[in-house]
Write a protein that binds this ligand. Structure first.
Ligand SMILES: Cc1cc2nc3c(=O)[nH]c(=O)nc-3n(C[C@H](O)[C@H](O)[C@H](O)COP(=O)(O)OP(=O)(O)OC[C@H]3O[C@@H](n4cnc5c(N)ncnc54)[C@H](O)[C@@H]3O)c2cc1C
Ligand code: FES
Ligand code: FES
Length: 1335
């Protein structure tokens, strides 16, 4: 085999020549670890999140132009970049040189919270601007559709970027419904009113200056890119050959038929992540220009199989403008599908050939291409053959009829003929960036001049292991006239012919079958309407059916955000109350901000990989690491026996193990850890650890199982007000029902991890760790190592999102990493990959609420008795406190005179559930709101009226746990929300819409909220800070809170600035460090700013008291002079601050107590539209009014409101975790688990901070707001429920029906019962063992 070649490419204008480029190395790890460019982030490793987006530029010699496109660096092997130039976030601007306007605008528009997604967003936008300096809103939407953000809710990112929009093309294609252009948005800071809509100033933005861009290296502009020898790159395990033309490729294929071809690597790459042993030889065909040829002829398009999906899309878009309407029918169908395939980065990389040859039925192209009668040219050394693209191409899952030495050369997509009709359909968990459940392509040819069928082609993906065609149905219908009779025949024939296996991976067989029929029905309606338009037939669809033909459009979110300005008398230098940018926003946007895994490697550093249980409940018989330790790079294996201190961690009245010793209680429990020289070696070696188990019974996974086995944790809680049993007897009606709510994965963009560095003396160890609770991490590490806490220092610079998930779970991971560091004497890094993070660290508790409620016909609730069951998983962890919070929120905004709640935490064999934003509140509130909704339905009253009837009223009310509060601001939020949303008017519009549309329905819901702030564990309500003033006048603030995007550091700086009267720019927060501020409580419970802010204020006030005599002595002096003088006068310029919070407490014997410091209030109204045939839904508009007291920073608070709302929208509508019946988590990455993407944000999202609101309990009259708005995601759930009710009412079905949360497309579709759901149900076998279970 040839000698290895040098790899030549550029990174940020710098030439790179790699002598020993490894084909296994992807650009992401190369950038981060070899080049030290850590701005590009790793969040999933599988192309599904966009965090690693970079720009690649190449010279296209055929057009003599340089092309720029985004890729996901995690899937881009470096060896495929030969001759390319890569630009990363560091290459476009920096704080040291000059910011790029994209970086500046995302930061200043508050589009960066934790910042982990920010570099990816920046690079997507930057690349768009390189190609189109004045983009349209649609361009921006498309460019960002492949980038996920878990913090912001996307709106501020869009707001920053839309300032680049081409005004000519109209920047508000959606319109806000108020005739207002986004460019005018917010410019009402005229002081005519003290309400502002301006969160940032555009006037000072840097202009876009193309001369700032790096030029494409002239060296790479070689005229004939495709000529030359076969390149060879050889790594330890894999060799890659890269031919430069077709003959070379075919020669290689004939010599090495077993070697897979690599093109975009978007199928092969993610598979490698889970594969232990990669193929030893790969052939890269990206240099072969014959594979990317595009030719238009009179028959249509011939396009090289190596062309990207973006290229195909571009060709079709151009053709759509060029060719005749009818000729284009097929192309339009294909375009519709292509628009939804993955995100832009993946479409830029993924090739047509790869999509087809992968033979994966959930990929979308084949069904539509097959329907369009496409053909494929295959070639090998011996010649070329043309085969049709149809079901026969795919004999089995992942298999094609291509011979091993054959290559797919090109695809031919014919023009449609005049009497042809074509359409494509797909339905996924999320409208964009999600694999489809079912995809379909359909084409009908009519006999010329008639409505009788000449031929019909139908293909489905996602209903079996391969592409499926109902050949018999299609054949039988030939000769039939298009009409109602045909429809009925086709549906019954499809029902018979397409059998969706009950055991289909991904489950939901009945839903898939329903989609099979619904898609055909849509096709039927589409053709009928087209025939009428083309004059083939005068048959008309009923007008109310037409809307079913228009797919939902993915809009760019627009809206208004308003807040009250500070009083005019406030000094202009005082930043409190003003919308200051996140203090690290700019560093986050330039990629300079450091997260734990961005720290450069410490000399000799090792890596640790967790070894987890594969059994839900078993005895560990033996752990054998022998094979693993023989793997290259393996250093040692650690388990319970290696823990020098204690392997047990006490937690209140329970004990948890760091490593499982004798028994495992869930799949994913940590048994041991493999330490190796690199992370890849650690992963590979860990897979070789042999664990022998003996299974134990019972295996309890679900809440229902736990109820059956009486398997609960202590304490079991009960809380009661009034006399529920007696009152129940007085009610006019009784309703007994239940609601189930699934769990939620945190999906912080930065996975959990740390670097543990032993200091080599006195047992000292430093941990650089992503934790929300540094003190707990320190404590557990010290216990595990058997050293005192003063030897262990935790440093937390920032977290790439936390949401409660990095409070508890990071502590044992830290202990394990520290044990590894202790045993080896080396620094050890732990960085969970996304799959392990999801498996090990778990998330929000699933809940079941069973209720009995007594109510009167006017909707007033007399008594309610609710039992909450949560799935706690295998250890208690925070579950009891989370259940407490659910019970303490079970009244929400309602005075229910007789109310009883019971809370039982189920002990199951699942990974232990943990804290998640809202901490049980979202579940507790959901159940009571379901009660209200169902009562309204039974009474035939509008739900908002029933809510009003039951709402707390007056100046002084008592919660069901007898905590006094004043509901005035809650009622103000409610009234303002109804009014700002135009609720009454829109309700009527919706009713009108629903009566005019059969298959699309709208719904609206408005909910109030009362949410307790502070820890009900009273001792947690404390905060501490340390403030140092240096001789040059600069100030260093340290406090116990951790920065995870919520802006706690920014608010602390604002507080310090106000007290010290020093500009924020002179004050700095370096990190959170247990050495500076000990025993800090976690940053959680929406209470961070309350505690930290007070502590910082206290410390600053102490310092000011000390400085006061000096200031008074020389009032004209500057701050620096005062500080200097104080130093010489031996005044201590360092002060600690402390905040002793309120003594919150609940006496659970009595069920009484002041559980919270105060309440944050709000109200939210959402409108949705559902597609009754597919279950898809679109979030149309949301209006939110939130009482955050006197906001310390309205931009950050609005950011929290929007981010939490969108996270809640995910919880209640799309985020679904799947467990196999043996308790294994199946959803382990963004490909399977869908958090909201840009397409899920309501087209109009308006957020208003309640004006004239004050809170005397907290710092500067503000309120905590991190958690409460999350619950408002449920407004979308209830709006969906209303829309479904409207659909059901058309069919005479009851408006009372069960709907579990999340309201996924599958659930929505199946309760919109109709003939198709019935046909699907009756013809789908029930699985003997379901693919997944509701836990
Ligand atoms: C995050 C993400 C989201 C996605 N979403 C979607 C989606 O919504 N819908 C959808 O349809 N797809 C989706 N995909 C799949 C994507 O379209 C395919 O992975 C892609 O088209 C494969 O092309 P590739 O060039 O990357 O193939 P590679 O990964 O390079 O190769 C894939 C397979 O095809 C073979 N192969 C490739 N080209 C040829 C050829 N010319 N001749 C013979 N064999 C060949 C290879 O040997 C290999 O076995 C998604 C992928 C990712 C990573
Ligand atoms: S890390 Fe590359 S797309 Fe997620
Ligand atoms: S700011 Fe987008 S993920 Fe945190």
């Amino acid at each position: 085999m040839a000698a290895p070649n040098e790899l030549l490419f550029y990174i940020n204008g710098k030439k790179i020549v790699e002598k020993n480029a490894d084909p296994e190395e992807v650009l992401l790890s190369y950038l981060r670890r070899k080049v030290g460019l850590t701005g590009t982030k790793s969040a999933c490793g599988g192309g599904g999140c966009g965090a690693c987006t970079v720009m690649v530029s190449r010279y296209d010699c055929s057009q003599d132009t340089v092309i720029h496109y985004t890729v996901t660096a995690c899937l881009q092997p470096i060896v495929t970049l030969h001759g390319a130039a890569v630009v990363t976030v560091e290459g476009i601007g920096s704080t040291k040189t000059k910011l790029h306007p994209v970086q500046e605008r995302i930061a200043k528009a508050h589009g960066s919270q934790c910042g982990f997604c920010t570099p990816g967003m920046v690079m997507s936008m930057y690349t768009l601007l390189r190609n189109k300096p004045q983009p349209s809103m649609e361009d921006i939407r498309e460019a960002l559709a492949g980038n996920l953000c878990r913090c912001t809710g996307y709106r501020p990112i869009i707001d920053g970027f839309k300032t680049f929009c081409d005004t000519q093309s109209g920047c508000c294609p959606n319109g806000t419904g108020r005739g207002k252009c986004c460019r005018e948005n917010g410019h009402n800071d005229s002081r005519e009113s003290d309400i502002s809509e301006e969160l940032f100033l555009q006037d000072s933005f840097l202009p876009l200056d193309p001369t700032q861009d790096l030029i494409f290296p002239p060296e790479l502009m070689v005229s004939k890119q495709g000529t030359g020898d076969v390149l060879c790159f050889r790594g330890d395990q894999v060799t890659l050959l890269a031919p430069s033309d077709l003959p070379q490729l075919l020669e290689l294929k004939s010599k090495h038929p077993e070697a897979p071809l690599v093109l975009g690597n978007t199928t092969i790459g993610p598979k490698l992540l889970v594969k232990e042993q990669p193929s030893p030889l790969l052939i890269y065909a990206g240099r072969v220009s014959e594979l990317s040829r595009v030719q238009w002829s009179k028959n249509g398009l011939s396009i090289g199989a190596g062309s990207s999906l973006s290229c195909l899309k571009g060709e079709l878009e151009r053709a759509a403008q060029r060719a005749e309407e009818e000729e284009n029918a097929g192309y339009r169908a294909l375009l519709q599908t292509l628009q939804c395939v993955a995100g832009k980065q993946i479409r830029n990389m993924a090739t047509i050939g790869g999509n087809i040859v992968s033979a994966n039925p959930k990929y979308d192209l084949c069904s539509v291409l097959a329907a369009l009668d496409c053909t494929l040219d295959l070639c090998c050394k011996g010649g070329t053959r043309t085969v049709p693209l149809d079901d026969k191409l795919f004999p089995a899952f992942g298999k094609t009829i291509l011979r091993p030495d054959e290559v797919l050369l090109s695809l031919h997509v014919p023009y449609s003929k005049p009497c042809e009709f074509a359409a494509a359909f797909r339905q996924a968990q999320r409208r964009e960036l999600a694999f489809s459940f079912v995809n379909a392509g359909m084409k009908l040819s009519l006999h010329r001049g008639s409505n009788t069928i000449q031929s019909l082609r139908i293909f489905y993906g996602g209903v079996g292991p391969t592409l499926v065609t109902p050949a018999l149905t299609c054949q039988q219908l030939v000769g039939w006239p298009w009409g109602e009779e045909l429809l009925s025949k086709a549906c019954s024939s499809l029902t018979e012919e397409i059998r969706v296996p009950a055991s289909i991976p991904g489950g939901k067989a009945e839903y898939r079958k329903t989609l099979v029929l619904s898609f055909f029905y849509k096709f039927y309606m589409y053709v009928t309407e087209e025939m009428r338009k083309r004059g083939v037939s005068d048959a008309r669809l009923p007008a109310e059916y037409l809307s079913a033909l228009t797919p939902f459009k993915n809009d760019v979110p627009q809206g208004t955000q308003s807040f009250q300005l500070v009083s005019q008398s406030q000094p202009s230098l005082d930043p409190v109350g003003r919308p200051s940018m996140h203090c690290s926003g700019v560093e986050q946007a330039t990629g300079e901000a450091k997260y734990y895994d961005d720290l450069p490697p410490v000399h000799g550093e090792l890596f640790v990989h967790m070894v987890t249980s594969t059994r839900a409940h078993a005895t560990i018989i033996n752990i054998d690491p022998t094979q693993a330790l023989q793997m290259p790079g393996a250093v040692t294996f650690i388990s319970a026996a290696d823990v020098p201190g204690s392997n047990q961690r006490p937690w209140f009245n329970t004990v948890e193990e760091i490593f499982a010793e004798k028994e495992v209680y869930c799949v994913g429990q940590i048994i041991g850890a493999l330490v190796a020289e690199s992370r890849e070696q650690a992963r590979r070696a860990a897979a070789r650890i042999q664990v022998t188990y003996e299974d134990l019974q019972p295996v309890i996974l679900t809440i229902q199982d736990a109820i059956k086995h009486d398997s609960y944790f202590e304490p079991k809680r009960k809380i009661e007000r009034g006399d529920v049993d007696t009152a129940m007897g007085t009610a006019e009606h009784i309703l007994e029902s239940e609601i189930y709510m699934g769990g939620q994965e945190h999906f912080y963009m930065e996975t959990q991890g740390l670097v543990a560095v032993p200091r080599g003396e006195s047992d000292e160890m430093d941990l650089y760790v992503g934790t929300q609770h540094a003190a707990l991490t320190q404590e557990l590490v010290s216990q595990a190592l058997g050293v005192s806490s003063n030897k262990i220092t935790c440093h937390v610079k920032r977290l790439g999102g936390g949401f409660g998930g990095k409070i508890m779970k990071i502590a044992p991971l830290s202990a394990i990493t520290a044990v590894a560091a202790h045993k080896t004497g080396k620094a050890v890094r732990c960085c969970l990959d996304r799959g392990d993070d999801m498996l090990i660290t778990s998330g929000r508790h699933p809940f079941l609420g069973q209720y009995k409620v007594g109510y009167n016909s006017d909707g007033s609730i007399v008594a309610a008795d609710i039992t909450y069951y949560s799935n706690g998983g295998c250890t208690l962890e925070e579950s009891a406190f989370i259940m407490d919070k659910a019970l303490l929120h079970m009244d929400n905004a309602y005075r229910i005179p007789h109310l009883r709640g019971r809370g039982l935490v189920c002990r199951t064999h699942l990974p232990s559930y943990t804290a998640f934003r809202g901490f049980g509140g979202p579940q507790g509130l959901m159940v009571i709101e379901s009660v209200l909704h169902e009562v309204a339905v039974r009474c035939g009253l509008p739900p908002e009226k029933v809510r009003e009837v039951n709402m707390y009223q007056g100046d002084l009310c008592y919660t069901h746990h007898m905590q006094p509060f004043c509901p005035t601001n809650m009622l103000r939020c409610w009234d303002q929300c109804l009014q700002r949303a135009g609720y009454e008017r829109r309700l009527q519009d919706i009713q009108r819409f629903n009566s005019h549309n059969r298959w699309k329905k709208r719904g609206i819901a408005v909910l109030p909220q009362k949410f307790g702030i502070g820890f009900s564990k009273g001792f947690y309500n404390q905060g501490a800070a340390l403030v140092n003033i240096y001789k040059d006048g600069s100030v260093l603030v340290s406090h116990g809170g951790t920065e995870m995007g919520q802006g706690i550091h920014t608010k602390a700086l604002q507080v310090a600035s106000r007290v010290l009267k020093v500009p924020m720019s002179r004050i700095f927060i370096k990190e959170t460090c247990t050495g500076n501020v000990p025993n800090a409580t976690p940053s959680a419970a929406s209470f961070g700013t309350d505690t930290v802010g007070m502590a910082v204020k206290d410390a600053c006030e102490k310092l000011m008291r000390r400085l006061k005599p000096i200031m008074e002595k020389s009032p004209k002096n500057s701050w620096k002079q005062w500080v200097s003088e104080a130093y010489f006068e031996k005044i201590n310029l360092s002060a600690t601050g402390f905040f002793m919070g309120p003594p919150t407490h609940v006496d659970w014997e009595k069920g009484e107590g002041n559980a919270y410091y105060y309440f944050t209030f709000g109200a939210c109204c959402s409108e949705v539209e559902i597609d009754c045939l597919t279950g898809d839904h679109k979030n149309i508009r949301t209006d939110l009014v939130m009482d955050v007291g006197k906001s310390i920073n309205p931009a950050l608070d609005i950011g929290q409101v929007e981010g939490a709302f969108v996270q809640g929208l995910g919880l209640y509508t799309i985020e679904e975790l799947h467990f196999s019946p043996d308790g294994t988590l199946l959803t382990r990455g963004p490909s399977q688990y869908k958090i909201p993407a840009l397409c899920d944000v309501p087209a109009e999202l308006n957020v208003h901070l309640l004006a004239e609101a004050q809170n005397h309990h907290a710092i500067y009259m503000s309120k905590g707001v991190g958690e409460p708005p999350l619950f408002f995601g449920s407004t979308v759930f209830f709006a969906i429920k209303s829309a479904i009710a409207a659909a059901r009412s058309d069919r005479g079905l009851s408006a009372a029906f069960p709907l579990s949360s999340p309201a996924t497309a599958a659930r929505i579709r199946m309760v919109c019962e109709d003939q198709f759901t019935h046909m699907a149900s009756s013809s789908t076998e029930k699985a003997s063992s379901p693919w997944s279970i509701d836990v």
